[in-house]
Design a protein around this ligand. Sequence first.
Ligand code: MRU
Length: 345
Amino acid sequence: MKYETVTWRNDKVVMLDQRRLPTEEAYVECDGPAQVAEAIRNMTIRGAPAIGVAAAMGIALGAMRLRVKSKGRFREEFEGICRMMMETRPTAVNLSWAVQRMKDVLSGYGEEGLDGLRRALKSEAMAIREADIEVNRQMGQNGKRYIQNGSAILTHCNAGALATAGYGTALGVIRAAHEEGKDLEVYVCETRPQFQGARLTAWELDRDGILVTLITDSMSGYLMSKGLIHLVIVGADRISANGDVANKIGTYSLAVLAKAHGIPFYVAAPLSTFDLSLGTGDEIPIEERDTREVTHPFGRKIAPEGVRVWNPAFDVTPHEYVTAIITERGVAQEPFATSLRGLFS
Ligand code: MRU
C-alpha cells in the first residue's frame, strides 16, 4: 500500500504516525489546529518541509472551524492559530515560510465573505502540499548527475517522502538516480536519539527496492576510511545566506569526516528552507528537546538517574564543508553567498 505523509480527508488533517514506524503503519486524524500543532511538537510528523505543509493545513483547518462572524474577530483568532503553529518547533524555517504564505492569503483578501476566505486558505494549504512534491522531483532531476552508477551513498536522519509531502529532498535525489536505472547502495546512520535513519529512512528505501545498509552513528568515520563511501547527501532545516546548513544533529560530524576523506558532501533543500535574513549559521535557533530522548530510548532507561544530558536536535555545518546545495532552481556552490543570490534573483 502506498503511504501518505500528510493529507486532507473529510475535513481533517490526516498524517502517518511516524513515531510508530517501522513496526506499525497507523494514521492520526487531526480534527483541529491544536491537534496538528501537538502532532508537530511530538513528532508524529517531522522533517522541515512536512511540518511546513502540516502547519499550513492546520491553519486552514482552524479557519474552517472558527465560528465567528466579523472579519476582525476572525483575524484575531487566525493570528492566534498561526502563533500556535510557530511555537511548535523553532529550527526548520519551512514552518514559518508556510505560515507566512497563509497570512499573505488573509492580508490579500478583500471584503468578500468569510466562507470565501476559508476556501482560499484551504486551497493555499493544498497548493503548498502539491508544490512541495513537484519541487522535490525537480531537485531529484537537478541532483541525480552527482550520483554515478555503482555509487555507495551515506545519508543521515530522514530527508525522504516522510519528511516532505512526498518523494523527498536528499532521498528524492537518490530516488531520481535509482529511477534512471543506476545501481546504488545507501548507508544510513541510525540517527540517535530519535532513530529517524533506522526507523524511517531504512523503511522508505527498502520499500523502493533500494539497497540499504544501516550503521550506528559512530561507524561513519571508519566506513569512510575504508573507501566504502563515494558521496554523502543530506537534507536541511535552515540554510543561512552564506550557505551554512542546519540539519539533524550529527550532520556536522559527517561533513567534517567527509572533507577529511575527500568525499563530496551534498545538501538537497528547497528554496523554502533558506533564510536569507540570517548572515551565518550562528544565528539559526537550535531546538533542544527533552532529555528523556537520550536517557530513555523507546521508553527504556539506559542512563543513571539524574545524569546531566544535553540534547540539541540539530547542528550547523559551516559552508566550507559543503560541496554543493541542490535546489529546485539549480545548484549552488562556493562562493555560496554569490551563488545563492543568483538562485534567488
Ligand atoms: O527532527 P526532525 O526529524 O524533524 O529532523 C529532520 C531533519 O533534520 C531532516 O534532515 C531535514 O528536516 C530535512 S527533511 C527533507
